[in-house]
Design a protein around this ligand. Structure first.
Ligand code: GLA
Length: 661
């Protein structure tokens, strides 16, 4: 408070002199440390005036500073200027307290333009000078990121940081995060059949498919060309029976009718060896329930998938993650026959799976090829065949096979060492009497995208856990997506790159013990949630939500359930988007669609709204194109040579381009 008053007094004096002299005001020096530091975020501790984040005097590579701001990456501060601030100067670096540890990066944006980038700064390195002109700038953003190696020891100093001010003093403000706007119009009461137009199944296996269909119930369903052995329940739209014999394609037309109208949709049933001809869609228990998961959670998730309408847009897998088996120490782990014993929270797995199936949905499970799962529960090691059989007996339709402690028992060398356990389970699933979609989880080791298909995988995680990524300037899903994007040429029908789950809406807290397990709002802005879903769909990623199924609010459902956006993901051509452009500020992705159209996402990675432009030359297009905004489900007119859009901070413009008529 004292500092603020002193500052005001100085202003008064300077202003008075200027009035007398009749000239422009002389520049005043305003230290960054005099701003409201409560508005600066920090990855650890609190930003402090004139000392390092730990409270000790500031020093960088042996040089002491009396003045500045000590913070911890990741750290962001938005500063409002009046356009008359002349300069910002500082010396930046890692505080000596870390003893040479810590790697960070300082960035400064002015009205959406990057004005300064320190590059990676390591502990012990001399301070880097910052000296930037700010004439005309209204919004300044000071950022320290953790540079992707985690945020340990990232003690950051903005030493000697001052503004040269001619007009009003700079003011720390909250970032202008846009409200969570619902962009998609509410669907009408008439039926609208959604979901993939192609479906792979293996001859003679049990078949289950609930026709995803929006619209007011009751809806009456029918189908033309349904092969023998399959029956459709007209009231529920659930098709059951056995997959027809032999190999080949069955062209089916699905139909739905209610009091307000009717709809039909082609459905090509491909009987062969390949499952997951489009990326799997569903829900997984991990990021909401963690080790607390119970059978009841799984049943309730199935209920919610139907009652929320998610199932009407194609979500169908209800998947348990880790922690359904016995925990290490809780013996016996298996029965006399060697079959796995679930823990006390799963008293009736068969009943649970039957319940999920009764809703027309599919059930998924999880285990590790190692002796223990990642969370320390029993794994399949040396019981692989028994477990594969047991999963089929229980009725599961999906298996996530997670490397975890396999590391301790792996044999062989190089890629073979990585492929071995996955090939073994892949063979067992191929022999299974059920169609079980196979999800490899080994975090991208040995370029799994190059061989995951060869060992029978339908999708493979390409990175570590999305939920554990240390937050940098951008939320954790960005680094995961940017990494997954690079493997676009390996995705194809039945073989998908998996960048992990969709963590939007309300998500869980791994540290919570007991309680009602209710989710807490995720930290993503509205734009970021649209970006997340758009990236996943353009990347033809499995769409597996892992948030709270009991807290699906209107905004979350709007992001998860836009039929035109999901159609991009589920397109039968099965291409993952190519990277058209990638800089620190923006990414442009383009996905070729079966009908010859192109789905294009323009992603603004910057801190302020910007105009983005993609010329046809970058997209390989020629001639006039009609653009449709997929989030708003609106045609936005013809474009001659390029598509341009204003895209908000961390936002997206997702369009589908077709040659104009
Ligand atoms: C690993 C996986 C996660 C989750 C946990 C469960 O970390 O990558 O997706 O399955 O194990 O322990």
């Amino acid at each position: 408070m004292y500092r603020f008053n002193a500052l005001r007094l100085r202003w008064f004096v300077v202003a008075a002199i200027c009035c007398v002299a009749g000239g422009s005001r002389a520049a005043e020096t305003v230290p960054l440390s005099s701003l409201d530091l409560a508005k600066m975020s920090a990855g650890w501790g609190e930003p402090r005036a004139n000392v390092a984040v730990v409270g000790k005097p500031m020093s960088i590579a042996g040089r002491a500073f009396q003045q500045g701001v000590g913070t911890h990456a990741p750290s962001v501060m938005h500063v409002q200027l009046d356009g008359k601030t002349r300069r910002f100067t500082a010396l930046v670096g890692v505080d000596d307290e870390t003893d040479g540890k810590g790697t960070i990066r300082f960035e400064i944006y002015g009205d959406g333009r990057k004005l300064f980038d320190s590059g990676v700064v390591r502990g012990g390195a001399p301070a880097k000078p910052v000296d930037i002109g700010l004439e005309g700038v209204k919004r300044l953003i000071l950022i320290v990121t953790a540079t992707g190696d985690g945020a340990a020891y990232d003690h950051a100093n903005w030493a000697d940081a001052v503004f040269q001010v001619e007009g009003d003093p700079p003011r720390a403000v909250d970032p202008s995060v846009e409200p969570k706007e619902i962009l998609t119009p509410k669907p009408g009461p008439q039926p609208h059949i959604n979901g993939p137009t192609v479906h792979g199944a293996r001859s003679g296996r049990p078949f289950l498919y609930r026709i995803p269909c929006a619209g007011r119930r009751p809806i009456t369903f029918s189908a033309e060309g349904l092969p023998e052995g399959l029956t459709l329940d007209p009231a529920t739209g659930i098709i059951t029976g056995r997959v027809p014999g032999g190999k080949g394609e069955h062209m089916v037309t699905l139909k739905a009718r209610n009091a307000s109208g009717a709809d039909r949709r082609p459905f090509r049933l491909v009987v062969g060896e390949t499952l997951a001809l489009t990326p799997p869609m569903g829900w997984n228990s991990w990021y909401i329930h963690y080790h607390r998961v119970t059978e009841q959670h799984m049943r309730e998730a199935a209920d919610a998938m139907v009652s929320s309408g998610m199932a009407d847009y194609g979500y169908q897998y209800v998947n348990i993650d880790d922690c359904w088996m016995k925990q290490r120490g809780d013996q016996p782990y298996r029965d006399a026959q060697g079959d796995l014993l679930p823990n006390a929270k799963f008293p009736d797995i068969r009943g649970m799976v039957d319940y999920i199936h009764s809703k027309g949905l599919k059930a998924g499970t999880y285990i590790s090829p190692g002796p223990w799962t990642c969370a320390g529960y029993v794994g399949s090691h040396q019981h692989e065949e028994a477990d594969a059989k047991q999963f089929a007996r229980w009725g599961f339709d999906f298996l996530k096979y997670d490397w975890c402690t396999y590391e301790q028992v792996a044999t062989g060398a190089g890629r073979e060492r990585l492929m071995k356990p996955y090939r073994q389970m892949g063979e067992l699933l191929k022999q299974s009497e059920r169609d079980i979609v196979y999800n490899l989880c080994q975090y991208g080791m040995g370029d799994v995208w190059k061989w995951g298909g060869q060992v029978g995988g339908n999708c493979w995680r390409t990175t570590g856990d999305l939920g554990n990524v240390a937050h940098q300037r951008l939320p954790g899903f960005y680094p995961i997506a940017l990494s997954n994007m690079r493997h676009w040429q390996y995705a194809r029908p039945g073989q998908w790159n998996d960048p992990d789950y969709i963590l939007i809406g309300y998500i869980g807290d791994p540290r919570r013990r007991g309680g009602d397990d209710a989710g807490i709002p995720c930290a993503l802005s509205g734009n970021e949630q649209y970006t997340y879903m758009s990236m996943w769909c353009l990347m033809a990623a499995p769409l597996v939500f892992s948030g709270d199924m009991a807290k699906l609010d209107a905004f979350t459902l709007n992001v998860l359930c836009n039929a035109e956006v999901i159609e991009v993901d589920q397109d039968p051509l099965g291409k993952q988007a190519k990277i058209v452009r990638q800089t620190e500020e923006e990414v442009v992705l383009a996905k070729a669609m079966e009908d010859g159209s192109l789905a294009v996402g323009l992603f603004n990675l910057g801190e302020a709204e910007q105009e983005m432009v993609v010329p046809w030359s970058e997209l390989g297009l020629a001639g006039k194109q009609t653009a449709r905004d997929l989030w708003r489900q609106q045609d936005i007119g013809d474009c001659e040579t390029a598509f341009r859009a204003r895209v908000g901070r961390h936002g997206v413009s997702l369009v589908r381009l077709r040659p104009a008529k």
